[in-house]
Design a protein around this ligand. Structure first.
Ligand SMILES: *[C@@H]1O[C@H](CO)[C@@H](O)[C@H](O)[C@H]1NC(C)=O
Ligand SMILES: *[C@@H]1O[C@H](CO)[C@@H](O)[C@H](O)[C@H]1NC(C)=O
Ligand SMILES: *[C@@H]1O[C@H](CO)[C@@H](O)[C@H](O)[C@H]1NC(C)=O
Ligand SMILES: *[C@@H]1O[C@H](CO)[C@@H](O)[C@H](O)[C@H]1NC(C)=O
Ligand SMILES: *[C@@H]1O[C@H](CO)[C@@H](O)[C@H](O)[C@H]1NC(C)=O
Ligand SMILES: *[C@@H]1O[C@H](CO)[C@@H](O)[C@H](O)[C@H]1NC(C)=O
Length: 295
């Protein structure tokens, strides 16, 4: 027993860490007294040993991680920041990020294609989500429940459809980055509840400038926000004398689409793809390109 104690003291002194046998620093990583673990650029293909439950900040960026399972971060109830950018992540399983105190999650620069609906459930304190530079093609109901989300980075993906209830309830969303995707339109009610939205970046998308974006023109006219990158001629600068009307000649045949009754397509949790609602006669011109993955 005595020798064991001596041994532990010696090791701890050599490693320059405070003595806590239950909290060893994973090899390949650096640990700081501020409960920060730095395993970035460590060549990791799998997660390093056990991570102390008291960890507040965990940097796993720029490694070769491919798989995270639902136990990976299970005990990290104090975790505030998690960097997983620049790895080889493709599929993520719901339950992986059940981290009630997490404020920042960086999943940028991976190979993520799909965002299952319950993937981010439990991230009730999350303020910043990085998903830029992945291979995401569609946004369904995955951001549901991120009630404190302020900054959402979805730029540099291949998103061509966004569910019209995708951002419903994100009442604190401030910054939305959708540049460099494959969007030709946006669903009519997409920003309805987002009273705090101040910065929207939309450049480098193949926007189709037709009546389906007329709602957007109205929305920008009524909003003091920095909205950049959706430059249809009829969308730019709104006529303040008659803010409800498009500029004469540009959209002569557009009638404003019906404001459909607010229907939350994400309410029922499901990952199946619902059939698209049938188009009403004469309404085709307003059909925006949206998906309804959540019946
Ligand atoms: C060692 O780590 C455990 C688990 O995180 C913690 O409860 C304990 O307070 C720590 N002890 C010291 C001396 O830091
Ligand atoms: C995490 O690691 C990346 C480099 O891989 C670095 O750019 C970033 O600043 C690190 N963040 C922290 C908080 O250490
Ligand atoms: C989480 O903590 C429990 C109890 O402290 C422990 O039995 C379990 O092995 C831990 N799980 C992980 C993945 O660290
Ligand atoms: C991870 O992705 C990089 C960049 O595409 C690739 O070169 C490498 O082979 C991948 N490694 C693993 C282990 O998947
Ligand atoms: C972009 O979206 C269109 C449908 O709007 C689709 O046909 C095309 O394959 C998409 N391109 C890429 C690169 O995802
Ligand atoms: C703005 O709307 C008013 C009233 O409809 C119209 O008289 C005026 O010509 C419009 N101005 C521009 C720049 O289109």
């Amino acid at each position: 027993m005595f020798f064991l104690v001596i041994f532990i003291f010696t090791c701890a002194a050599k490693a320059g860490l405070s003595l806590n046998v239950s909290n060893p620093c994973p090899s390949m990583c650096k640990c700081t007294p501020e409960e920060t673990i730095l395993c970035n650029r460590a060549g990791l293909k799998t997660l390093p040993g056990e991570i102390a439950a008291s960890t507040i900040s965990l940097n796993l960026s720029n490694n070769y991680l491919r798989i995270l399972n639902t136990n990976t971060f299970r005990n990290l109830t104090f975790l505030h920041s998690l960097w997983l950018d620049g790895n080889n992540l493709t599929f993520l399983t719901p339950g992986t990020f059940h981290l009630l105190r997490l404020g920042m999650l960086n999943l940028g620069h991976n190979f993520i294609t799909d965002l299952p609906n319950q993937l981010f459930e439990g991230l009730i304190q999350l303020k910043t989500m990085h998903l830029e530079a992945n291979r995401i093609t569609a946004v369904g109901c995955t951001f549901r429940g991120l009630l404190n989300l302020r900054n959402l980075y979805l730029n540099n993906n291949q998103i061509s459809s966004i569910s019209d209830s995708a951002f419903l309830y994100l009442n604190k969303l401030h910054f939305l980055h959708l540049s460099r995707n494959n969007l030709s339109s946006l669903p009519v009610r997409l920003f309805t509840e987002l009273t705090k939205l101040k910065y929207v970046f939309l450049s480098h998308n193949p926007w189709r400038c037709d009546c389906s974006l007329l709602w957007f023109w109205r929305w920008t006219a009524a909003r003091r926000a920095v909205i950049e990158g959706l430059d249809c001629t009829f969308l730019g600068p709104p006529n303040t004398t008659a803010p409800q009307q498009p500029r004469p000649g540009d959209l002569g045949d557009c009638t404003l689409p019906l404001e459909l009754a607010s229907e939350d397509k994400c309410r029922v949790a499901d990952t199946s793809v619902a059939p698209k609602p049938p188009a009403l006669p004469g309404q085709n011109v307003f059909q925006t390109h949206h998906i309804c993955p959540c019946p």
